[in-house]
Design a protein around this ligand. Structure first.
Ligand code: SF4
Length: 96
């Protein structure tokens, strides 16, 4: 079986094409951030803890977007200065 050819325009893309494009964009953004000397990245354990909190959160959209702020949580959680926008609860701070 061969991979489907890309749709002719952005509006006509299939859900699979949109998901792949989103994944590629997030991965590229994370790579760029990691390579940037000004980036203050959270330690891996904290990153995993934040994403775990997001995965259990009712505000996480299926595409990985936080419905409280519109950010991709994989990018927001990557940065030390990132905060969970679910104020005043802050699900990252209260996560186990
Ligand atoms: S509200 Fe906080 S825990 Fe929930 S998806 Fe957004 S960033 Fe993640």
């Amino acid at each position: 079986m061969t991979a489907p050819s890309p749709s002719p325009c952005r509006t006509c893309r299939s859900p699979e094409e949109k998901a792949l494009e989103t994944e590629q964009s997030i991965s590229r953004a994370l790579s760029d951030l990691a390579a940037s000397p000004g980036t203050r990245k959270v330690p891996e354990a904290e990153y995993s803890r934040r994403l775990s909190a997001c995965s259990a959160c009712p505000h996480l959209a299926p595409d990985g977007t936080c419905l409280r702020c519109g950010c991709y949580v994989r990018i927001r959680a990557f940065l030390q200065e990132g905060r969970c926008p679910d104020w005043p609860r802050d699900r990252w701070r209260t996560a186990p």
